[in-house]
Each structure stands twice: as structure tokens, then as C-alpha cells.
Design a protein around this ligand. Structure first.
Ligand code: C5P
Length: 299
């Protein structure tokens, strides 16, 4: 019998995040182009007497270990569906920034689901796993699939997108997190009384991904939540400016922030931008990573 299962799962950056008006259910319709980046959490599932979550890594203290943790919720959801007890120890080796706009929590949810399914032999198919992911959160299905994808609806209905090359990023990690609902709330406040257009995917952006054209991707990057994230955290403007001054081709807030993302034209310039960001004093850490990356994978 398998005694433990470990799943590796990537972070994401939104290369396009087009946000529509708030829906009656409070969510926003999106045209959300996800790109997985090679920065990973690992979730290990081991049989236990009761559900327990632990976490290691420099920012482990910031991760909730109770039933609000998406990894715990994933185990409970899968166990309930199969009429078994969620008696499992989930250990999260955390490397993705916490509450950073890089889907770290969502990644742990997708990884726990895959790990528990393998440990318990519940044999959930891809469709069942994707449906469970969508119940856990809007970004969770993409953490399972990885690569690149256009997400519509809340962002959970995915169509894979082709990626024809490697993209070199720098991610500036901010002090403290930003709450996703708070950022969407600020978006609603900033757009109140205006006609918010229907979100649509950018053909130029999808073409840039398909052809692996970094300069074209730099021109097409966009994030409708950026103004809201900057409004809640004005100091992010200094981080964006520092990365741009150091030679990044483009800079934007990652998802709901506060992590900021810098697209560069190669490994060398990525390292240069990361060094400049580190010495600028405008962020807590600067990390280099490439895209695309594979989705949640059993090791
Ligand atoms: O789906 P998830 O639980 O990750 O969403 C967290 C919060 O982000 C929601 O409660 C909502 O406030 C906001 N959200 C939204 N529209 C989306 C996705 C998330 O308003 N499409």
C-alpha cells in the first residue's frame, strides 16, 4: 500500500486579466489568461488518524492550518464525495508567495486533491477533479492543468492556450498579502457609475503566447485589477518603476497582487532586474522564474 503521495504544483501569473462588472452573485465575469510559472509548492498526503495540515518554508507562519486552508477543503470535498473519512496528514512545502496573487492557496488545493485521490485510490477522473477544483475556487482548476489557458466565467471554465517558447520573469514579493475580495471590492468602487465593458480575450496576446514572442507579449500584458491593487497599496508603483528602470520589457501586478511581475528578454536580464529590485528597497524579495510550467504532478 502507498504510504504517502507528493504532488508538485506551480504558481501562476495572469498575462491578461479582463474584469467585467460585478454579477448578482458578487463574482465578476473574466477573460483571464493564466500562465503557469516554474515556482512550486509540494503537498504530501500521508494516512493519519484525523485531518491535519502542516506547512514548512520561510513564510509557513502566514499559512492558515485550519479548515479554511484550501488543501484541507480539497481533502474534505473528495472524501465526502466518496463516502470516506478525510483522515490524512497534508504537509505543504511552501515556496509560492502567500496571499500574493500567484494562486499559492489554489495550488495547494489542486495538489491536495490529486494527492488524496492517489493515496485513497478514489480514482476520480479528470472531469471530476476539475469540477471539484472549480468548487474550491476560481483559480484552482488552472493549478491542476498548468501550461497556459483562457479562463472565462469566474475564471474556472478553461480552454488550453498554446505556448511556443520560454518566457523569463522576475517576481517582486511584497511585504504582507492583499485580500482578493478586497481588491475586487476596490475595483467595484473605482468603476462605480461607469460602463464596465464585457471582458474579452486579446487575440494579440494569445498570438504572442503561441509564437513565443516576448516583445509582443510585453506589449499585450494587461490587468484590470492593477488600478485597484495600486489604490490599496500605492507603494507598488515604486516597485513597478524600479523593475522598469532596470530594463524589464513590461511590468504589471500579478492577479490581485501584491506580487508584481516583470517580463524580461532572457535569463541574464532577468537576473539583472532581480538584483536591481532587491537593492531598490521596494520589495521583500525578487525571484526569477520561467514559463510555461506543467500543472499539478504526482512525483
Ligand atoms: O473563487 P475564489 O474563492 O478564489 O474567489 C475569491 C474572491 O474573489 C471571491 O469571493 C470574490 O470576492 C472575488 N472574485 C470575483 N470574481 C471572480 C473571482 C473571484 O469577484 N471571477
Amino acid at each position: 500500500m502507498t504510504r504517502s503521495v507528493t504532488v508538485r504544483v506551480p504558481a501562476k501569473v495572469n498575462v491578461q486579466l479582463a474584469v467585467g462588472a460585478a454579477r448578482p452573485d458578487g463574482f465578476h465575469d473574466l477573460a483571464n489568461v493564466f500562465l503557469a510559472v516554474g515556482m512550486y509548492d509540494e503537498v504530501t498526503a500521508t494516512p493519519a488518524d484525523a485531518l491535519r495540515v502542516t506547512c514548512s518554508g520561510p513564510d509557513a507562519g502566514l499559512v492558515p492550518l485550519d479548515a479554511t486552508n484550501l488543501a484541507a477543503r480539497a481533502a474534505i470535498a473528495l472524501a465526502e464525495r466518496h463516502g470516506i473519512a478525510p483522515d490524512v496528514h497534508l504537509h505543504i512545502a511552501k515556496d509560492i508567495p502567500v496571499a500574493g496573487g500567484m494562486a499559492g492557496g489554489s495550488a495547494d488545493g489542486a495538489a491536495a486533491l490529486l494527492a488524496c485521490d492517489a493515496l485513497w485510490g478514489t480514482g476520480a477522473g479528470r472531469e471530476e477533479l476539475l469540477a471539484l477544483c472549480a468548487e474550491l475556487g476560481s483559480d484552482v482548476p488552472f493549478s491542476l492543468t498548468g501550461g497556459a489557458a483562457l479562463g472565462v466565467g469566474r475564471g474556472e471554465r478553461l480552454t488550453p492556450a498554446e505556448v511556443g517558447g520560454t518566457f523569463h520573469w522576475v517576481f517582486a514579493v511584497a511585504d504582507g498579502g492583499l485580500s482578493t475580495p478586497a481588491v475586487y471590492g476596490e475595483f467595484d468602487r473605482l468603476t462605480a457609475g461607469t460602463q464596465v465593458p464585457e471582458p474579452t480575450a486579446s487575440a494579440a496576446l494569445l498570438a504572442a503566447l503561441r509564437t513565443g514572442d516576448t516583445a509582443a507579449l510585453a506589449d499585450a500584458l494587461s490587468n484590470d485589477l492593477q488600478a485597484a491593487a495600486l489604490s490599496l497599496r500605492p507603494s507598488l508603483a515604486d516597485t513597478l518603476a524600479a523593475g522598469t528602470a532596470a530594463g524589464a520589457l513590461a511590468a504589471l501586478v500579478s492577479g490581485s497582487g501584491p506580487t508584481t511581475a516583470f517580463l524580461t528578454d532572457g535569463e541574464e536580464s532577468a537576473r539583472k532586474v532581480a538584483d536591481a529590485l532587491l537593492t531598490s528597497g521596494t520589495c521583500r524579495d525578487a525571484r526569477v522564474a520561467t514559463s510555461p510550467a506543467a500543472g499539478a504532478t504526482v512525483l
